[in-house]
Design a protein around this ligand. Structure first.
Ligand SMILES: Cc1cc2nc3c(=O)[nH]c(=O)nc-3n(C[C@H](O)[C@H](O)[C@H](O)COP(=O)(O)OP(=O)(O)OC[C@H]3O[C@@H](n4cnc5c(N)ncnc54)[C@H](O)[C@@H]3O)c2cc1C
Length: 291
């Protein structure tokens, strides 16, 4: 009878070889980062035996770099570590507020934002914030590595674009200029330890009172988090007045295709995503103004 097994390779090529070897033998492998989803899923029914491939011993996945040429967040870096990084607090307050919403302090001591992305829940809090911040996936492959925009990474509910033998090494993000700030807001029926009914990530660049660039992404209102280019278009070239914010909110509402469930109807989720969009834009704008 097949059982679970555990491997903790010490370099990326060993990890990729193990993934490929298991695949050719027809044995499943699952990457283990913080395990806050994996361990819950292991207790669920229908989770067949597999090799858990722990990526926490790899130098590459533990990289955390913040510099003028860009930011790198390795896939084994827990949320608690990024949340306490003083440079990231200044550069990406929105991404950090999303990471800070994932579970409790205890969960954040283990959970990674890359695990949140790979798990590909429609309600994954960090995903809209990553998309808004322009994050790019750095993926380990048999031939080396490749890059993919975060907005193209999640392909469906619980599904991502990783091919057999690949895993996520980390995220590359541009270092925002001083006039660029992000924000993430979600709505949950309970104040804590709940998943989003709707979420919005926003990144704005404002110079001399005019928004010159914007990225808006929505979460929990479609099978995957979505970039909303029409919301960005409504903002760019404006002074971010109330009318413009309302137009961006309407664009988010139009881009949403939510389900109805016990936590909210589709109609309700659409209303909420429009409100969150307006508030997240206002918050990012306040951050740029230093308010
Ligand atoms: C009590 C509790 C509260 C929670 N609250 C929230 C919440 O508010 N918001 C929210 O969004 N989530 C929440 N979660 C879900 C979970 O904590 C997050 O999704 C977390 O970010 C997952 O990260 P992890 O490192 O623990 O991933 P893991 O559990 O290790 O992995 C998650 C999935 O991604 C895959 N994976 C992980 N890393 C990689 C990689 N580098 N390459 C390829 N595949 C990989 C794994 O194989 C697995 O399928 C909660 C979970 C719990 C238990």
């Amino acid at each position: 009878m097949e059982s679970y097994s555990y491997a903790a390779p010490s370099n990326v090529s060993e990890a990729v070889t193990l993934l490929a070897g298991n695949a050719s033998e027809g044995r499943q492998t699952q990457i283990l980062a913080g395990g806050t989803d994996v361990l819950v899923q292991m207790r669920g029914s229908g989770h067949s035996p597999r090799t858990l491939l722990d990526i926490k011993a790899l130098a590459e996945t533990n990289r955390l770099e913040v510099g003028p040429n860009g930011i790198y967040i390795g896939s084994a870096v827990p949320s608690a570590v990024i949340n306490e990084n003083a440079e990231l607090q200044v550069a990406l307050p929105g991404l950090l507020e999303a990471a800070d919403l994932i579970g409790s302090t205890q969960i954040q001591g283990r959970a990674t934002i890359c695990g949140n992305l790979c798990n590909a829940s429609p309600a994954g809090d960090s995903i809209p914030a990553m998309i808004a911040a322009g994050a790019v996936c750095d993926i380990a492959t048999a031939d080396g590595s490749k890059e993919l925009l975060v907005e193209d990474f999640v392909t469906g509910v619980g599904q991502n674009a990783l091919q057999v033998g690949e895993f996520l090494l980390g995220l590359k993000l541009p270092m925002p200029r001083p006039e660029t700030k992000d924000a993430y807001l979600r709505f949950t029926p309970r104040t804590e330890m709940d998943i989003a009914v709707a979420g919005v990530g926003v990144s704005l660049t404002v110079i001399d009172g005019i928004c010159i660039a914007a990225r808006v992404a929505i979460g929990a209102v479609a099978p995957t988090a979505r970039l909303v280019p029409d919301a960005a278009k409504a903002l760019e070239g404006t002074d971010l007045n109330e009318q413009v914010l309302a137009a961006a909110g309407e664009a988010c509402k139009a881009a949403a295709s939510p389900i109805s469930d016990k936590r909210g109807t589709a109609e309700y989720r659409k209303k909420v995503v429009a409100v969150l969009c307006r508030r997240a834009i206002a918050l990012a704008h306040q951050r740029i103004q230093g308010a």
